[in-house]
Design a protein around this ligand. Structure first.
Ligand code: ADP
Ligand code: ADP
Length: 225
């Protein structure tokens, strides 16, 4: 069992208003939904957890790791699918994953290829592994995004608004993939779609103007409305 503890996190951008204001959350294994409208601060929180930017106040801890002291150890256990993922050269999925795995330090060819085949299977892309990722459908691209995030077997997966622009069947397939993964790791999913969270997540939070408006189960949120 893993635990991500976000404690009193605050962030103000140099030009702009406060993006996060005293946000506190505790997440165990499973799919956790972060719901909020545009500008709520979701991406800021996701990037902060992914150690892509610093926070001004508070702390972000994963298991024994304090990311503010040193982001390195968490990065080794982290998978991240950014909101704007989708810039590809003309490489096939298998070659692109191979390249990304080498960059991540997997220099041993045989275990690397085994890992990549497993990830392609797991994300349902194995049959299309030799097609260019740039030719993939939106849903396939997002599943490829998960495959690359899973390189190195992370214990924390951060997925930022992944289903924007996907049709319902692609969305459903993507959600099933996340549900399966979340049995073994902490999955933090941000979205502005209420139904995504309601149908998928046992635990959730609502962010608005950088502040936490709610955290708990989707049922508890519905009772409040
Ligand atoms: P969300 O992901 O919920 O749409 P964001 O975290 O992207 O919210 O944005 C939260 C607030 O911070 C917004 O007011 C946004 O304009 C601002 N913001 C986000 N990124 C930056 C940045 N790099 N520089 C300045 N302001 C930013
Ligand atoms: P801005 O406030 O303009 O968005 P930041 O001050 O957040 O920019 O700077 C982000 C940079 O700081 C990144 O390059 C990141 O790698 C680096 N960094 C160093 N230590 C940490 C840390 N503990 N957590 C997050 N980012 C860190």
């Amino acid at each position: 069992e893993n635990r991500l503890i976000i404690h009193n996190v605050g962030k103000t951008y140099r030009r702009g208003r406060r993006a996060l204001d005293s946000v506190t959350l505790s997440l165990g294994n499973g799919l956790f939904g972060l719901l909020g409208p545009n500008g709520a601060g979701k991406s800021t929180l996701m990037r902060s957890v992914a150690t892509l930017q610093r926070i001004d106040t508070g702390s972000i801890r994963f298991n024994d790791i304090d990311t503010q002291q040193d982001p390195g150890p968490l990065r080794a256990q982290l998978g991240y699918l950014p909101q704007d993922f989708g810039v590809y050269p003309g490489l096939s999925a298998v070659r692109l994953l191979d390249y990304l795995a080498i960059v991540k330090g997997f220099t041993d060819a045989r275990p690397r290829r085994m890992q990549i085949d497993q990830l392609l299977e797991r994300t349902g892309l194995f049959a299309d592994r030799h097609a260019a990722v740039s030719e993939y459908s939106g849903g396939m691209r997002q599943r490829f995004g998960i495959a690359q995030a899973l390189l190195g077997q992370p214990r924390l997966l951060v997925v930022d608004e992944p289903t924007a622009g996907l049709d319902p069947s692609e969305r459903n397939r993507f959600h099933q993939l996340l549900c399966g993964l979340s049995e073994q790791m902490v999955v933090l999913l941000s979205t502005h779609i209420v139904d995504d969270v309601r149908n998928l997540c046992r635990q959730m939070a609502v962010l608005d103007h950088g502040r936490l408006r709610f955290s708990g189960t989707p049922e508890a949120l519905v009772q409040r409305l």
